[in-house]
Design a protein around this ligand. Structure first.
Ligand SMILES: [Zn+2]
Length: 260
């Protein structure tokens, strides 16, 4: 059976939904590891080299995998970059935000092309599966929207700048992040944190949300000074026994609980 390698765990169930029984889906970056700073082992490179297709996020989400993905592509194995097939948002600088999976409707834009690419490589017609997956992502989005709508207002501070697509889709204003950047590798200066504290107070944020890779001491101190709780969001990790849908609903429910 052909193997489709996906770089990070959030994509696993979505890709599995497209391929059904026609391919095996293997996740490269272990669930719970930070995709922003993952370095592949020799075994990972071997896994990629035996894939029918590699599905990556792109936009340097997988910063440590860029060389390996280039090599894989150069060796003739197709690498499908999700970010090449969706409407991108920019951050404060000129860079594009890689966190496309945190809005199901953005992710859904890539489903038809992804189904066509994988189908072509493994010799199966996956067109209708691609359409079905896109539709189910639409249903998930409606569910998230209904949950967020129970909030009077959705104003959030995040661990790094990860919830831009989510915020734009569901009407949440992301006023700032502890790590001011799209990657957990960026670092906040003391000045950044003072400004964030002022902003968080002025906007009346009800919680400081953290994620994988957020420095807990910094988050704790900020929360203490603002006078709110720290709540961890699973933005880059799927829950035990669950997939993409469960991750997004758990994320939404954590935001709703934190802001209620
Ligand atoms: Zn991130």
């Amino acid at each position: 059976m052909p193997t489709v390698v996906v770089t990070y765990s959030a994509l696993e169930s979505v890709v599995a939904g497209i391929v059904g029984d026609s391919a095996r889906v293997v996740v490269l970056i272990p669930n719970g590891a930070d995709p922003h700073d993952f370095e592949p082992s020799a075994k990972d490179l071997e896994t990629m080299s035996s894939a029918a297709v590699v599905v990556a996020n792109g936009l340097d989400l997988e910063a440590g995998l860029v060389d390996a993905l280039d090599q894989t592509e150069a060796s003739g194995i197709p690498v499908f970059h999700i970010a090449d097939h969706v409407t991108l948002r920019k951050g404060t600088g000129d860079a594009d935000d890689p966190h496309v999976w945190l809005d199901p409707l953005t992710l859904a834009e890539a489903a038809p092309a992804l189904a066509q690419e994988i189908g072509g490589r493994i010799g199966s017609d996956l067109t209708s599966a691609g359409t079905e997956v896109a539709k189910s992502l639409g249903d998930l989005s409606a569910d998230i929207d209904a949950r967020i709508k129970t909030l009077e207002s959705c104003v959030i501070v995040t661990g790094h700048d990860s919830l831009g697509y989510f915020g734009a889709r569901y009407g949440c204003e992301v006023v700032g992040s502890i790590i001011p950047g799209f990657s957990t590798a960026a670092e906040a200066t003391a000045k950044d944190l003072t400004e964030l504290k002022t902003l968080a107070r002025a906007e009346g944020v009800k919680a400081i949300f953290t994620e994988l890779g957020t420095p807990t001491d910094v988050a704790d101190q900020l929360a203490r000074e603002v006078g709110v709780d720290v709540i961890e969001l699973a933005t880059h990790v799927v829950p035990a026994g669950g997939g993409y849908d469960e991750m997004m609903i758990a994320l939404t429910d954590s935001i709703v609980a934190g802001l209620s």
